[in-house]
Design a protein around this ligand. Structure first.
Ligand code: HEC
Ligand code: HEC
Length: 302
């Protein structure tokens, strides 16, 4: 048989393919190095200490927030940490945040830095924790959460575990995917407290929890950094495709938020219903009233 390489077109094609593979390998290598740099960067945000209360009422409020705002989904009801994503090449587990874990040494400022700003005590970014959802917590609510977590019996100190697929790591390196510390406006002062009531003002505060997925303008769309098989989040404004018209009263909205189903019985995916189902009537109704005041925005304009 004639040597394949004696055919010039084939030789060229093979050389081209070789160069392409080398280039891709190089890009992946550079991406991984950049990702390491990005994950190791330090961000310095000035944070003030907060007064952590020591009374049952505050701890009860803290427990309510811990369970209904999602902390328990990733750090477990007992604070000892748990696996919250285990899907093929993605494996994510939240760390122990009781006195048994690293946060045993946290001062109140360190809690503020982690929960509100997505930064570990030395200023390294947390990668997966959705601190952008918690940046708007008032001092009183954040302090209540800390009071509650500190009251939990120490667990075994399990560290968190983050295993992300290669493409996600490379894209993080090149800045296509970011982390919460990138997304947060660290210059905003803490939110001023409003009275807990079925009011638009309180609803605006509670709905900050929905921003990471439904966008700051609540118009929904593709969720940044989400796995490719996740559907777009729904438009919560009265704009094109808006879904809130289905939930015209407090009962209909509460039924959906607690049961995870639309009025036609179909299941709603992705939404963290384990936590959302624990929201009280006041928070739910306040949120529904607030969403009804939003100007119409085209779906996905964030
Ligand atoms: C979607 C999952 C998720 C939710 C929700 C979540 N966390 Fe986390 N949290 C994590 C992960 C994962 C880490 C490990 C660091 C990282 O993200 O890279 C972490 C880290 C932390 C740390 C730093 C612990 C350490 O060892 O330094 C604290 C403190 C913390 N979370 C508190 C909270 C509190 C309080 C809430 C609720 C207001 C909360 N988290 C909600 C996933 C989550
Ligand atoms: C982790 C991301 C995430 C969070 C957090 C989240 N959502 Fe969603 N939401 C989605 C996605 C994705 C969909 C579309 C699901 C589908 O099509 O199966 C959706 C759908 C909806 C729907 C449409 C229901 C219907 O009738 O089709 C409503 C209403 C809604 N979300 C409200 C909220 C509110 C209010 C909050 C905050 C308390 C919130 N969501 C928090 C991701 C999220």
């Amino acid at each position: 048989m004639k040597n394949l390489f004696s055919r010039p077109w084939l030789r060229l094609a093979l050389i081209g393919l070789g160069i392409l593979i080398a280039l891709v390998a190089m890009l992946v290598g550079i991406g991984l190095i950049l990702a390491q740099h990005k994950a190791d960067r330090r961000m310095h945000v000035a944070v003030a200490a907060i007064d952590v209360p020591d009374d049952d009422k505050s701890r009860a409020r803290g427990r309510y927030l811990y369970e209904s705002r999602g902390c328990a989904d990733c750090h477990a009801a007992d604070g000892g940490g748990r696996v919250f994503v285990d899907a093929g090449d993605v494996f994510l587990a939240g760390p122990d945040i009781t006195g048994g874990g690293r946060s045993a040494r946290y001062r109140s400022q360190d809690w503020v830095r982690a929960v509100r700003h997505g930064l570990a005590p030395g200023g390294r970014p947390l990668r997966v924790m959705p601190s952008e959802d918690y940046n708007r917590l008032t001092d009183v609510d954040l302090a209540s959460i800390v009071a509650y977590v500190r009251s939990l019996p120490p667990r075994d100190g399990a560290a968190g575990e983050l295993r992300l697929p290669l493409p996600a790591r490379v894209l993080y390196g090149f800045g296509v995917l970011d982390d919460a510390a990138d997304r947060i406006d660290h210059s905003l002062p803490p939110e001023a407290p409003v009275a807990e009531a079925a009011s638009v003002a309180h609803g605006r505060y509670v709905a900050q929890l929905c921003v990471a997925c439904h966008g700051p303008g609540f118009s929904g769309g593709k969720i940044p950094g989400a796995p490719p098989d996740w559907p777009a989040s729904a438009n919560l404004t009265p704009g094109e495709g808006g879904v809130m018209a289905r939930y015209g009263d407090a009962q209909a909205f509460a039924k959906m938020m607690r049961g995870g189903k639309r009025p036609d019985g179909s299941a709603i995916t992705v939404m963290p219903f384990e936590a959302l189902a624990k929201m009280n009537d006041t928070d739910l109704e306040a949120m529904r009233l607030y969403l009804a005041t939003l100007p119409a925005r085209p779906a996905g304009s964030r």
